[in-house]
Ligand binder design. Structure first.
Ligand SMILES: [Mg+2]
Length: 358
């Protein structure tokens, strides 16, 4: 029983530069727009988290939502399940998707961080586990051949045993040329995943996946629009395991995808799935379905979550918040090392936060 209560929530918007723009078949993410959340409690403990808004267009609205939702829970106990139930009821008719889900999830992650800091244990320990070393794949972009090979070479040199690239070039021939160039670079023992970012029609995806089946690709991610669960289900027959999940809003959407047989592998996003609370429910669905579960961005909190996920698979190494953080998850020999400090390990580099304020 915690006697700790929520005092106030501070939400700040930053727009952080990226070492490499995230290029996909459907657009470019040039910077990393984040809302940084500080959840103050009446004990002095502060819970921290951030949400990623994908586009700067959503930054201001998300910051405002986090602040107003934070006002709505001031005075309540630091009890993430109860806060989750509160928002589920209050937002039932609005719909807890999109920006509303992002704001709720950000607060949820901050609440869990505050609880773990209060107990003086890492989040993984608060959740009943131990901090683990999780296999991580280095997540790249639609980089073209020259940069793609350069990044792949660096990943292998740093000890990664898997990389992911985004494809969906104008022609299948170009997709194959890039995949083969990367394979030549990383050799037969490093896994290679590909991500279409929803860019193909189902028939075109079927044609391309059949061609990729001979290339030793470990998974094909979101080959077609993510709402098309039946389309994804049909594509499982094309010869490469289908991966999806980063756009599931809440465990209910994961359950719908699993019921439709949409994928072989699952990769919920810690934010869109509903924060730590949503992830733990998703992890139970993953366990019941026997489906390997990987993470999507949010590497700092995901390393704790995968430490307590029964079917834990890969952690995605994509650093979207590094410039405004001090400390957090470390990567060594292709493993994400879960920190053993209290909470999630998220702390701000205040000087950088001021510099990148939006
Ligand atoms: Mg993806």
């Amino acid at each position: 029983m915690t006697d700790m209560k929520i005092k106030a929530v501070r939400a700040r918007a930053v727009n952080v530069p990226l070492q490499y723009p995230v290029r996909t078949s459907v657009g470019v993410v040039a910077t990393s727009p984040l809302v940084l959340i500080d959840l103050e409690t009446d004990t002095g403990v502060v819970g921290r988290s951030y949400v990623f808004t994908y586009t700067p267009l959503a930054l201001d609205a998300t910051r405002t939502l986090v602040a107003s939702f934070g006002d709505a829970i001031a005075g309540r106990p630091v009890a993430p399940f109860d806060v989750d139930a509160f928002f589920a009821a209050r937002l039932r008719v609005v719909g807890r998707t999109g920006l509303a889900m992002m704001a709720c999830a950000g607060l949820d992650m901050a609440l869990w961080d505050a609880l773990a800091v209060h107990r003086g244990v890492p989040l993984a320990v608060l959740l009943g586990g131990v901090p683990k070393q999780i296999p991580a794949y280095d997540s790249h972009s639609m980089d073209g051949e020259e940069l793609g090979v350069e990044r792949a070479r660096r990943s292998v040199a740093e000890g990664y045993r898997a990389i992911k690239t985004k494809i969906g070039y104008p022609t299948l021939g170009e997709d194959l040329r890039i995949v083969r160039a990367l394979r030549r670079c990383i050799g037969p023992d490093t896994e290679l995943m590909v991500d279409y970012n929803q860019g193909l029609s189902v028939p075109e995806a079927a044609r391309r996946i059949r061609a990729l089946a001979g290339e030793g690709v470990s998974w094909v991610e979101e080959p077609t629009v993510q709402e098309d669960l039946q389309g994804h289900a049909r594509l499982r027959a094309a010869g490469v395991p289908i991966q999806m999940g980063e756009n599931w809003c809440g465990p209910e959407q994961m359950q719908a995808a699993l019921q439709a047989g949409a994928c072989d592998l699952a990769m919920p996003d810690a934010m869109k799935i509903g924060g730590v609370t949503g992830w733990m429910r998703a992890a139970a669905l993953g366990q019941a379905a026997g489906i390997p579960m990987s993470s999507h961005i949010f590497q700092e909190v995901s390393v704790h979550l995968l430490s307590v996920t029964p079917t834990a698979h890969w952690l995605e190494r994509m650093d979207l918040a590094g410039p405004v953080l001090s400390g957090g998850v470390r990567f060594q020999n292709g493993l994400a090392i879960c920190p053993d400090t209290p909470g999630t390990g998220i702390r701000w580099d205040e000087e950088a936060v001021a510099r990148f304020a939006a």
